[in-house]
Design a protein around this ligand. Structure first.
Ligand code: VG1
Ligand code: CO
Length: 538
């Protein structure tokens, strides 16, 4: 029986950089999740359509997925494809959407944010493109959330999601699928699995940290079972609702155990980690870290070594805040190059129109047009493939890259938990100052251009502004943005890039120090936020 439940709006259901992300306690308020889901259904008119559903297994996933299935049935959805036990990584979900030509999908995740009752929960909504919905759609959904008065839900017992196969929920078909199988097939079609198998057979060692999140089972299957990495190469491999207390953000700060292993004397040859929903990656060599911006540049430069790309790539795109390392590679290979606002949704049109094949962000995200999301395990396999066919180490590959293309020293400084009005004022004040900054000299830097970044999408002609960039004459840059994924308060992100042609062996912190001082001063960070230094540096 369909229940029509009366409800009243919540005013905070606007999607950010990647879906809706809120404290678990906020999402579990009465009707909060239902309001948001019904608002999506009101916009997309789901009658007779097919959607994919999965999640990263975090706290509230089980409850949310039951609600979502019952609401889909009540709203006339024809078919749902659901990952077994409610699990699907974000990249696996994108693949299922595309492979089955479905009308879209839902991933229940707050991605790299912590989980648990005191952590965060979230929902990413994808369209038939396999990528997250555009701003136009998310604005329409927000409008619905502001006017919602009722939602529809099927009044039935909870649905069992542990057995593969097809069942009927009212008039709707529900298919529970293996979350891993199709993903593995896709990876086997891109990479040289036999070369990587040989690499492991010859004693190559790796440590992959799944951070108690969704990629554990994928990583065990691919790296250990299929490719033959030693048992135990994958750590923290069982998804847990609170990620075992870990913050599943694969960077030098939060993946500390892995970093300690990789910087110890008996480090394995290769290290990597993924985030909560499996779309981010961190790459490490023996006592060596590859910055995400360099990662994108290196993968792009080496595309021809990978079977799936050996016939050529269309082009490459990066988020504006990402370092310019990949721009130099694009120029050398004479391929298309684009800069978009932060967030994977901006890459989708470029991939669909065959303008780009690869894309990436400084926030540990890289991917290609095999799907419409970033893909953590894809990046790891890409490296394994490079290492297998070149016989070189991670460090060697990266150092040779710098020799060839110069080095963009790069760090991101996050100032967390700033009251929203203070953060907005800071950005506004900075914006007003921009014209007066052009051509001014600050220590050893001269500002060439200070501007609000505006992206004009070449496909749908939409225009989006995202952050402020200060470009120096020598190719160095300072970028300011407010985060669109924090679940409370505001996070100011300051991205610093120092371009170096000769000094290739310094530490990034030293190299960007002067830029940091300039950034602090221009944006009046200490005066306005009271913070003398960043909370997190990645
Ligand atoms: C952050 C990153 C951005 C990324 C987004 C979603 O957004 O900076 O590059 O696309 O998270 O990643 P923001 O607005 O907080 O800077 V995921 O892995 O959390 O979906
Ligand atoms: Co993620």
């Amino acid at each position: 029986m369909i229940d029509i439940v009366k409800t009243t709006p919540y005013d905070d259901q606007k999607m950010g950089t990647a879906g809706l992300r809120r404290k678990s306690q906020v999402v579990s308020q009465p009707n909060y999740f239902e309001n948001f889901v019904q608002s999506i259904f009101n916009v997309i008119n789901p009658t007779g359509k097919t959607y994919v559903i999965g999640g990263d297994g975090r706290f509230y996933n089980e409850i949310a997925i039951q609600k979502l299935i019952k609401m889909a049935a009540a709203n006339g959805v024809k078919k749902l494809i659901v990952g077994q036990n409610g699990y699907l990584s974000t990249p696996a979900s994108s693949n299922i959407i595309l492979k089955n030509h479905t009308d879209g999908g839902f991933v229940l995740t707050a991605s790299h944010n912590p989980g648990g009752p005191n952590g965060d929960f979230g929902i990413k909504f994808a369209t038939e493109t396999g990528g997250q919905c555009s701003n136009t759609i998310s604005n329409k959904i927000f409008e619905q959330t502001q006017n919602i008065t009722e939602y529809k839900i099927l009044r039935i017992d909870d649905i069992k999601l542990d057995t593969l196969g097809i069942q009927k929920i009212g008039d709707m078909t529900l298919e529970v699928i293996d979350p891993i199988k199709d993903y593995v097939l896709m990876m086997q079609n891109i990479f040289d699995f036999s070369a990587i198998k040989k690499l492991f057979a010859n004693g190559f060692t790796m440590c992959f940290d799944a951070m108690n999140a969704v990629t554990g089972p994928y990583a065990i299957e691919i790296f250990e079972n299929i490719l033959g990495a030693t048992r135990g190469s994958v750590r923290n491999s069982t998804p847990k609702p609170d990620f075992g207390g870990l913050h599943p953000d694969p960077n030098l700060v939060y993946a500390k155990d892995l970093v300690d292993i990789m910087f110890s004397d008996n480090a394995p040859d290769f290290g990597a980690a993924n985030d909560g929903d499996g779309d981010r990656n961190m790459i490490l060599g023996k006592k060596f870290f590859v910055s995400p911006s360099d990662n994108l540049a290196i993968l792009t430069d080496n595309y021809a070594l990978i079977p799936g790309y050996k016939n050529g790539i269309y082009g490459v795109a990066k988020s504006m805040a990402t370092s310019t390392a990949v721009a130099r590679v694009a120029e050398a290979h004479k391929i298309g190059y684009y800069e978009v606002p932060t967030g994977w949704k901006y890459f989708v049109n470029l991939m669909d129109s065959k303008r780009i094949t690869f894309c990436g962000e400084e926030s540990f995200g890289a991917g290609s047009s095999h799907i419409r999301e970033k893909d953590g395990i894809w990046a790891v396999l890409f490296w394994l493939n490079i290492l297998a066919v070149t016989g070189k180490s991670v460090e060697q590959i990266t150092r040779e890259h710098w020799q060839k293309y110069n080095r963009s020293y790069y760090l991101r400084f996050d100032f967390d938990g700033i009251p929203t009005d203070i953060a907005n004022d800071l950005m506004q004040n900075l914006e007003q100052k921009l014209p007066s900054l052009n051509n001014t000299i600050h220590g050893s830097f001269k500002i060439r251009l200070a501007e609000v970044f505006t992206y004009n999408d070449p496909v749908d002609n939409s225009s989006t502004t995202n952050g402020i960039r200060i470009l120096m004459e020598d190719g160095s840059r300072i970028v300011f943005r407010l985060s669109g994924t924090s679940s409370s308060g505001a996070t100011l992100r300051v991205y610093l890039e120092k371009l170096e042609k000769n000094n290739l062996n310094a530490t990034p912190r030293d190299m960007v120090d002067e830029l940091l001082k300039i950034a602090m001063e221009i944006a009046e960070i200490e005066k306005r936020t009271g913070k003398k230094q960043a909370d997190i540096i990645t």
